[in-house]
Design a binder for this molecule. Structure first.
Ligand code: HEM
Length: 483
């Protein structure tokens, strides 16, 4: 009895000491600024400046969070505290360049714990040589050489989507419609899942997964993270079954290894001749669905928003796309060469990615203590970069609030100022893949329809990807020539 009481007292003592240590350290960090660390505010204990950040997201201007602090503290780097982490925010082209070019030297990619837990053995959970190995294998499906083979298929899926969800309609809500389209396209291109019932079953799980993947990782029934874990298990189980059937078909030479992403992953070896394990394949497929889905959906929805708001831009895109359409035989599908001719439309996509970048930045972690811009960056600190620190700066983009696709003509923006896909060793591997995907969609929609926004100036909010707050309802008119 006495021993139990004694142990409880010791335990209480330890808890008290640790709490005191944390409180003193937190108060000291907040009240006595260390001149060697980057300037900035750590906000409130635990929540830091998270509420200020979320407030700017709700207001539709997360870039204000950065720009205010760049002005107040230092335009090169400042510190803050977000989601329970002390973070140094690296700003401007020099900050982007520093983080992008020091991967595996001074910094490594870092994702919140919920993402790491759900995407287990995938690319986002590995660094160094292991990351290079997985990136190389994934890129055999996503680089321009491989992509050339998928343009026709993208075109076919888009035409099918339009005939089932657009034709004959007078009004529709764009964001949920495009959401369905991008998921269907990924199912078909990544794993040749063509059955609509199968696709909607997966879409249901995927929707739950997305709602909990960036959340507090509390594995308790009822929490978004718990539900996301269950949904991730269901999707992975489905993918595992498909992978096993495919492996058999490939072994019996009943399928081509070029069929889709899944076949690529099943047959592509690394430099030492080793194949990916089944868990690596399944985790990486879920990771690619995650990385590609909301980003592309957001970009396509915003393209549609700007084309509705800016009739002169719509007319230029229409002219370019009709020229391409006229140069083709009836029923002939789009090819890689046609995508190369969509120069103006491609610039429109770039300008949309500048105005409303789908990803507002990602994290790195300091591997060692180092100095940047005269400040000490302690080992273990989380480091953040964001396209927002340059893309709305008039020094790099004159009249930054003006939509101007001509910015990308000629030499285009200065290095490290236009970085919607990140950069360096961890640059987005879907960079080359997402542009044709958006352009094929634009081609098919613009040549058939014109549309008006039913809610003018609908606010775009961030959760965490940008999306119009009411789903962007539109009224559509089909062009006479295609009706
Ligand atoms: C408009 C669409 C997209 C945008 C704006 C976008 C943006 C980004 C950004 C900013 C990053 C972080 C880069 C960094 O930290 O330096 C990233 C990473 C990534 N993206 Fe994308 N992305 C898009 C579409 C896609 C697509 C279609 C795929 C796959 C088919 C994809 C796959 C990935 C992967 C796997 C990573 C992690 C790379 C790594 O950690 O090594 N993305 N993306």
């Amino acid at each position: 009895m006495q021993i139990a009481m004694f142990s409880t007292l010791i335990l209480l003592g330890i808890v008290l000491l640790v709490s005191l240590y944390i409180i003193t350290k937190t108060l000291k960090e907040r009240l006595i600024p260390n001149p060697h660390l980057p300037p900035g505010s750590l906000g409130w204990p635990l929540i830091g400046e998270t509420l200020n950040y979320l407030g700017t997201c709700l207001a539709g201007r997360p870039d204000w969070f950065l720009r205010d602090r760049m002005e107040k503290h230092d335009p090169q780097v400042f510190k803050t505290s977000l989601f329970g982490e002390t973070v140094a925010v690296f700003c401007g082209p020099a900050g982007n360049k520093f983080l992008f070019s020091n991967e595996n030297k001074l910094v490594n990619l870092w994702w919140p714990r919920s993402v790491k837990k759900l995407l287990k053995s995938s690319l986002v959970n590995v660094a160094g040589d292991e990351a290079k190995r997985i990136r190389r294998i994934l890129l055999t499906f996503l680089d321009p050489d491989a992509l050339k083979r998928y343009i026709e298929r993208m075109d076919l899926v888009t035409q099918h989507h339009i005939s089932t969800l657009w034709e004959g309609k007078e009004e529709l809500k764009l964001h949920p419609t495009i959401n369905l389209y991008t998921f269907e396209l990924s199912c078909r291109l990544f794993a040749s899942i063509d059955d609509p019932t199968h696709i909607s079953k997966l879409a249901h799980h995927f929707d739950i997964f997305l709602k909990g993947v960036i959340h507090f990782p509390i594995y308790v029934p009822g929490t978004p993270f718990y539900r996301a874990s269950k949904a991730a298990d269901a999707i992975k189980e489905e993918l595992r079954l498909i992978a096993r059937r495919r492996r058999e078909a490939l072994d019996k030479k009943m399928e081509s290894h070029r069929k889709d992403l899944l076949s690529h992953l099943l047959v592509t070896t690394d430099a030492s001749g080793k194949l990916l394990s089944e868990s690596e394949i399944v985790d990486n497929m879920l990771m690619l669905l995650f990385a590609s889905h909301d980003t592309t959906t957001s970009a396509m929805t915003c393209v549609m928003k700007y084309l509705a708001e800016l009739p002169e831009v719509y007319e230029m895109v229409l002219r370019e796309q009709l020229d391409i359409a006229k140069s083709k035989e009836a029923g002939e599908l789009l090819k890689w060469e046609d995508i190369q001719r969509m120069r103006y439309s491609c610039n429109v996509v770039s300008e949309v990615l500048r105005m409303i970048p789908p990803i507002r930045g990602t994290f790195r972690k300091a591997l060692v203590d180092f100095t940047y811009a005269g400040y000490k960056i302690p080992k273990g600190w989380k480091l953040y970069w964001s396209p927002d620190s340059t893309t709305k700066d008039p020094a790099y983009f004159p009249n930054p609030e003006e939509f101007d696709p001509s910015r990308y003509e000629g030499a285009g923006p200065a290095p490290y100022t236009f970085v919607p896909f990140g950069g360096g060793g961890r640059v987005c591997i879907g960079n080359e893949y997402s542009r044709p995907q958006i352009l094929v969609f634009m081609h098919n929609i613009v040549k058939r329809f014109k549309w008006d926004l039913l809610i003018p100036d609908e606010k775009v909010t961030y959760d965490p990807m940008p999306a119009p707050s009411h789903g962007l309802p539109i009224r559509i008119q089909q062009h006479q020539s295609t009706a």
